[in-house]
Design a binder for this molecule. Structure first.
Ligand SMILES: CC(=O)[C@@H](O)[C@H](O)COP(=O)(O)O
Ligand SMILES: NCC(=O)COP(=O)(O)O
Length: 247
């Protein structure tokens, strides 16, 4: 089975937030993603709401419930009380817990599963009681001991952080090294019965290599590279429409 695509809408929200106007529309772009084969929508709300706003979440929930009942809503973030309450109010099919500090520009590492095991176990239990699948953000070179600790939290899946792989776009030798790490960790996760997701800096160019390295890959969540392509591939038609409107 090919990996399912969850489109991360954070970059759409970030563009929208440049003005006090409702476009680009987070739900509108989410609808286009789901109409065209995406399996789900991802958001990563941060405490300062610099990308997705907490108030965006009910609209995405309603879009899925009303128009795409087989699609999944994936909410990612650091499990503060505020985050957990937001999740519980919006009932996502999947929650991905990420060890982000609010000052981080973006996500850049996975959990210390051994150090944070007790904390994560309690959060995973709380989320699963509410019916969500739980995935834990995980370093791409996680050891067997670390993945065992991830499994011991009760989580269903891990999401491998693919930023280091994405960063090798101009260096095939380093890309092969990063893929080898992901392949090894992916094999161990599968042996331990953990489902495997992946995300961060994935692109049309680097996805096929990742899919070959992790044959059982269940889901990829992609935002930055996908929205960059959407702008590039939509530019010609958009300029034509604006030139016509000038006439
Ligand atoms: C967990 C992860 O890698 C993504 O959620 C990433 O953090 C995207 O969010 P931003 O695009 O807001 O950085
Ligand atoms: N979980 C990773 C994600 O949602 C998207 O990350 P990126 O494609 O914006 O780097």
């Amino acid at each position: 089975m090919p990996a399912q695509l969850s489109v991360n809408l954070n970059a759409v929200a970030m563009l929208r937030n440049r003005r006090d106007l409702p476009w680009p529309s987070v739900t509108g772009l989410g609808r286009i993603a789901l109409q065209n084969g995406a399996h789900g929508l991802t958001v990563h709300p941060r405490p300062d709401q610099r990308h997705i706003r907490f108030s965006d979440l009910p609209g995405i929930r309603a879009l899925i419930d009303d128009e795409f009942p087989h699609a999944e809503f994936n909410i990612e973030g650091y499990p503060t009380d505020e985050f957990l309450e937001l999740v519980e109010a919006n009932e996502p099919e999947q929650v991905t817990l990420v060890p982000d500090d609010p000052s981080q520009a973006t996500s850049d590492h996975g959990w210390d599963f051994q150090g944070k095991g007790n904390f994560l176990r309690a959060v995973v239990q709380r989320l699963k009681k509410n019916g969500a699948r739980v995935s834990l953000f995980c370093d791409p070179d996680a050891s067997r001991a670390s993945l065992e600790a991830a499994g011991a939290t009760g989580a269903d899946r891990v999401e491998f952080y693919t930023g280091p792989y994405g960063g090798t776009h101009d260096d095939p030798a380093r890309a092969a090294e990063e893929l080898e790490k992901l392949a090894t960790a992916g094999r161990i996760a599968a042996e331990l019965g953990l489902g495997v997701n992946a995300g961060h800096d994935l692109t049309v160019e680097n996805l096929p290599g990742l899919a070959r390295a992790i044959p059982g890959l269940l889901e990829v969540s992609i935002g930055h590279g996908l929205i960059a392509d959407a702008i590039e591939h939509g530019m010609a038609e958009t300029v034509r429409r604006f030139v016509k409107a000038c006439a």
